[in-house]
Design a protein around this ligand. Structure first.
Ligand code: NAG
Ligand code: NAG
Length: 292
């Protein structure tokens, strides 16, 4: 492994988790062998060295829940392949942020755990999701929309409010000359009975998750010609990393019962596996968007 910074061990543990699938004796390995082929174009083949060259001196940060963690782990592993046979990276953790820095090109790939994007704070009445604010936090008992506290609010209504808060934050804080913003769409949860049985992708038609409809609506509302909330600021374009449909076909790609005896995981994804394809899509977006 590469030279470790402070708390490097914590990051390496996360990476060790990555390999659990193979260690825990999943008998089939078809799930490793699929590539995503869009019908109207070809995805560029992921080239880690090229990825690092193009992103020289840049930081790439994943912000979100354990699904973002999944994708970050995947990208870190894909890029680590480029440093073989001599490992050449640093890994360290500072507070809620874990980082891999690939030294040759000075590219940092970071993960900031912030499951709800908006804030969660301690109030007199319990842990509260602040649908109208973004700073830090996690785990909650209730929601606050700026006026009222709700114990039981429709989750999709809350999701839309929180996403709009996030959209406003992006338009206020992000300098599009310095920062590009991607929104990873909804990663589908598989039904247990399906993911436990599946060894091949499914071709069954599935409905678009309702949360995905909300993501599209909020991003669409941001796609005005100028900054939607702050007229004096430049417009920020948010790119949708549209992984939902392709992931809905991959009931076979969850860890399922191969995590440990006590868990059946139909939420996260095996690595190597589907999140590598998400990162290939990210790579394709980056190539299309920027000329270096
Ligand atoms: C490495 O990249 C960071 C930004 O990610 C930058 O602040 C720093 O100056 C770079 N270091 C060198 C030696 O160029
Ligand atoms: C961003 O870059 C463009 C083109 O280089 C420039 O015209 C504009 O002033 C820059 N905006 C900010 C906020 O720096």
């Amino acid at each position: 492994m590469g030279a470790l910074g402070t708390n490097g061990v914590a990051v390496l543990l996360l990476i060790a988790f990555v390999q659990y699938q193979l260690r825990n004796g999943r008998p089939d390995n078809y799930y490793l062998k699929y590539r995503w082929q869009p019908s109207a174009c070809n995805l560029p083949r992921f080239d880690g060295t090229d990825f690092l060259k193009r992103n020289r001196n840049k930081r790439i940060m994943f912000v979100g829940d354990s699904i973002s963690l999944n994708q970050w782990q995947s990208l870190a592993c894909m890029l680590m392949e480029t440093t073989k046979p001599v490992p050449h990276y640093n890994s360290y953790r500072t507070g809620a942020v874990s980082t891999f820095t690939f030294l040759k090109h000075n590219v940092s790939v970071m993960f900031h755990r912030k499951a709800f994007l908006v804030d969660i704070v301690n109030k007199k009445y319990g842990r509260t999701v602040e649908l109208k604010s973004i700073h830090g936090g996690e785990i909650w008992d209730q929601m606050f929309d700026g006026v009222n506290l709700f114990k039981n609010m429709d989750k999709l209504v809350a999701y839309e409010m929180a996403l709009n808060t996030w959209a406003r934050w992006v338009e206020e804080e992000v300098d599009p000359n310095k920062t590009k913003v991607f929104f990873q769409a909804i990663s589908p949860l598989a039904a247990r009975r399906k993911c436990m049985k599946a060894t091949r992708p499914s071709t069954e038609a599935t409905r678009e998750p309702e949360a995905q409809v909300i993501v599209e609506k909020v991003l669409e509302s941001m796609s005005t010609k100028s900054n939607k909330y702050y007229k004096a600021r430049p417009k920020v374009e948010v790119h949708l990393l549209d992984i939902t449909r392709m992931s809905q076909e991959r009931d076979d790609a969850h860890p399922s019962k191969y995590v440990n005896q006590h868990t059946i995981d139909c939420l996260h994804w095996c690595l190597p596996g589907l999140p590598d394809t998400w990162n290939n899509l990210l790579y394709a977006h980056l190539i299309r968007l920027y000329t270096w």
